[in-house]
Design a binder for this molecule. Structure first.
Ligand code: ATP
Ligand code: MG
Length: 410
């Protein structure tokens, strides 16, 4: 893409009301636009990042047999009343202008809806197990909407739901999800700790969170420095500097961001919504469920929190909006256009800084702010060597690369 065509622009100054790195850099870089506290528009660059994250998640969900669907955002009151979740604090109620009372909630989690859908298709044990997921906007009236994308009133979530004939079968799938989640976070450039946690409004049993260590995180975990066993402070009996229950290693207290959460739901929802199946022996049993969430927008914000320096973002290559930032100096536009075209032909994702009237300094500053993995600079000097200067965003050094071998290197 040519930068001159991009309708968003970068800003020199950080927004005054933001303190977290993700809010500052994503707004300054024109990745997102803040419409309201906790409510964001994803601009072209930010939406490309979201697309990359979504694609990684889709691949890993499909690998474990998850089937992608798309559910309504308007959730009927009667389903939420059936499970006692109509009156939760985070719900936004929706009332049509002509109605006296709210009939819907804006979907903040979809256990009820998917259970209702599943009851149309589940009759016998032969219909089990299966799992379905969606990637959709969730709405929660968060009193503490803050820290950029980390806590929104409106945010992107992947929610997977699984249906089983027994607790054992559900727990097998649960560990497959755990493995898939580890791959997702790793592929997105994040180290996430599998953490024992409370169930909140979802389930009475304990659950497991995926926590990324970061000083801006709202959670506190105790994590073993040796075996990486982790517990959320909310439920933990561990202490900083105490010894790990599993291996005897030293436990450390850390601030962290919850990027994912998995819940062994059991029969809480299927009992409330009467979802049963007929077993091999002809008995009627309640279906056993699990639900599994990842916050895509929070994950994007977390990636920025973990990967940045004082100049801007340092995107992991897998989720960067483009791979290459191409700068042309000394008006070498003809050669620049050629290289841009050549890279496009080879399928390399390039953001081409073709802006006239910007100084070299401004272009370099924007390159650092955008944080694309590779910066290429073409100038009279590099052309004398039939070369282009290459610098990786996560390294200080530059190198000259022959124009003839540039595709090979990328
Ligand atoms: P938290 O404890 O942070 O409020 P939660 O436990 O209520 O989150 P879940 O219902 O488990 O969240 O949602 C699944 C995932 O969605 C979370 O792991 C997180 O990554 C993301 N998420 C939850 N709430 C928000 C929010 N307000 N803004 C952005 N992402 C969120
Ligand atoms: Mg949670």
């Amino acid at each position: 893409m040519k930068l001159s065509q991009l309708f968003s622009r970068t800003e020199r100054q950080a927004p005054k009301d933001e303190t977290s790195a993700n809010a500052q850099f994503l707004e300054r870089g024109g990745f997102v636009y803040k419409n309201n506290s906790g409510i964001y528009t994803f601009l072209p660059l930010g939406w490309r990042v979201m697309g990359k994250i979504a694609q990684i998640i889709r691949e890993e969900m499909n690998t474990i047999g998850g089937q992608e669907i798309f559910m309504p955002a308007l959730v009927d009151k009667r389903y939420m009343e059936a499970t006692g979740r109509w009156d939760v604090d985070v719900a936004f109620e929706v009332r049509g202008k002509k109605e006296k009372e709210a009939r819907f909630t804006l979907g903040w989690s979809h256990e009820e809806i998917i259970t209702e859908i599943a009851s149309k298709f589940i009759n016998s044990y032969k219909d089990l197990p299966f799992s379905a997921y969606q990637i959709q906007t969730k709405f929660r009236d968060e009193p503490r909407a803050k820290s950029g994308l980390l806590r929104g009133k409106e945010f992107m979530m992947k929610d997977l739901y699984s249906f089983h004939s027994s607790e054992g079968d559900m727990m097998n799938f649960y560990s497959e999800v755990r493995t898939a989640y580890n791959k997702i976070f790793e592929r997105c450039g994040l180290k996430a700790f599998y953490t024992l946690a409370a169930g909140g409004v979802f389930t009475a049993s304990t659950t497991n969170e995926f926590q990324v260590i970061s000083s801006v995180g709202e959670d506190t975990i105790f994590v073993c420095t040796q075996c990486e066993y982790a517990e959320n402070k909310e439920i933990s009996s561990l202490k900083n500097e105490s010894l790990c229950l599993k291996c005897g290693g030293k436990v450390k207290e850390e601030k962290s961001i919850e990027v994912g959460n998995i819940f062994p739901l059991g029969t809480k929802y299927t009992e409330a919504l009467h979802l049963q199946y007929v077993s091999e022996r002809g008995e009627k049993n309640f279906v056993v469920m699990g639900s599994y969430g990842i916050g895509l927008s929070r994950l994007m914000g977390t990636a920025v929190e973990v990967h940045h320096d004082e100049k801007g973002i340092i995107w992991p290559e897998s989720i960067a909006p483009f791979k290459v930032y191409l700068i042309v100096l000394d008006n070498e536009w003809e050669k620049g256009n050629q290289i841009y075209q050549k890279l496009l032909d080879k399928g390399v994702e390039v953001l081409y800084d073709d802006r006239e009237g910007k100084t070299a300094g401004e272009k370099f500053a924007d390159a650092d702010l955008f944080g694309l993995p590779i910066r290429l600079v073409l100038s009279a000097k590099t052309l004398k060597e039939k070369s282009v200067e290459l610098k990786r965003r996560n390294q200080g050094k530059t190198e000259l690369v022959k124009l003839s071998s540039i595709e090979k290197i990328l």
